[in-house]
Design a protein around this ligand. Structure first.
Ligand SMILES: Nc1ncnc2c1ncn2[C@@H]1O[C@H](COP(=O)(O)OP(=O)(O)OP(=O)(O)O)[C@@H](O)[C@H]1O
Ligand SMILES: [Mg+2]
Length: 334
């Protein structure tokens, strides 16, 4: 039997699910490639472990930036590596359902679709991320009721109002959690003259950031490298620095959500007032973000449990529908 596969390829993390086995992969969007043979050596966590430790002929690639494929061929190899991990052989010609940010251009959508076909998929369906999220959240997507969803990822952010199976209003930016990390990095360089690893930047954000500028824990001591002499030093980073760094990204996100809700027809606005807005995506976990958004929009805001898996769960539900429809069709096909 042909295997159906759901894929959510994000800027920082990629998830794969099958209808039968649920979410089988949720790991960094990284692929290590042997540049002599072109073979995929590792994907995900295993590729991350190889960063900085590879021989010259193995290169670890991150094929996405700001929610879009920046390297078609590497993305195709990543997908092939994922199919391999999931036990989907090239011969099984899988049907694939993939999410795409609503701001993706026609060229970006085509690149994603073609990358999956090059990796061995037979048929590729693309679903816009806010719709997949709403399905994963169990919202009444097909009904004449407004459902407000905000997807906050590492490289893309989008707010959408959904009714009758489609997006009524939306607003999106090519900005996300990665941009907070980048802003912390540039303030550290500017104020303290040090450079730190991506993992340290993320740790500082998780332990010290507050979208409301509250001081949670006052400081963290980290190991960093000085910009001028390249020496390793211990330095203290304050919550104030982290909160100053995230200000621009957070403000722009609030404005994006206000724009989306502000464009809504009156009946749907009433639905949102009554039913609230749900945030998904890893960046939605930024401390006090939901509270800030609720304060600035006057709408009740909830962060989904396991927000980074809502989209893949929605895609998996689409697969299940697809297979049951196919078996219905087959049962009449005698
Ligand atoms: N507890 C947390 N607090 C703050 N930020 C977090 C937390 N957990 C994860 N993040 C951030 O969430 C982002 C990853 O979210 P997610 O996995 O949804 O992105 P993605 O799907 O890879 O990217 P995109 O959909 O934008 O292409 C990262 O920027 C990460 O730092
Ligand atoms: Mg994502």
């Amino acid at each position: 039997m042909a295997l159906d596969v759901a894929l959510d390829i994000g800027t920082s993390h990629t998830r794969l699910a099958t209808a039968q086995r649920g979410v089988m992969f949720n790991e960094p969007t990284l692929v290590a490639i042997d540049t002599n043979s072109g073979d995929v050596v590792e994907v995900g966590h295993n590729a991350l472990d190889m960063v900085g430790r590879t021989p010259r002929h193995v290169v670890v690639f991150r094929p996405l930036a700001q929610g879009a494929t920046v390297d078609f061929d590497v993305t195709a190899r990543l997908i092939a590596g994922l199919f391999d991990r999931a036990g989907v052989s090239k011969l099984s010609r899988a049907r694939v359902v993939m999410s795409v940010p609503s701001l993706a251009t026609a060229i970006e959508r085509r690149a994603l679709r073609q990358a999956a076909i090059q990796a061995g998929a037979r048929e590729v369906s693309l679903i816009e991320a806010p719709i997949a999220a709403a399905i994963g959240l169990g919202l009444p997507v097909q009904d004449p009721v407004g459902s407000a969803v905000t997807v906050l990822g590492a490289g893309a952010s989008e707010a959408a109002l959904i009714s009758l199976g489609g997006i009524v209003t939306s607003s999106a930016r090519r900005q996300g959690g990665n941009d907070v990390d980048a802003a912390i990095a540039s303030l550290l360089r500017l104020r303290q003259g040090v450079v730190v690893s991506p993992a340290t930047l993320e740790m500082l954000k998780m332990n010290l950031a507050s979208a409301l500028g509250r001081t949670r824990g006052t400081a963290e001591v980290i190991t960093a490298r000085t910009v001028d002499r390249g020496e390793l030093v211990e330095t203290e980073v304050s919550a104030e620095l982290v909160n100053a760094a995230l200000h621009d990204v957070v403000t722009a996100t609030v404005r994006m959500i206000q724009d989306c809700l502000g464009d809504a027809p009156p009946d749907l606005s009433q639905d949102v007032s009554a039913r609230g807005l749900t945030m998904v995506g890893g960046h939605a976990l930024l401390s006090d973000f939901a509270e800030l958004i609720a304060n600035s929009t006057g709408v009740e805001v909830t962060v989904a449990p396991n927000p980074d898996e809502v989209i893949i769960e929605g895609l998996q539900m689409c697969l299940e529908e697809m297979s049951s429809l196919h078996s219905l069709l087959r049962s009449a096909d005698r």
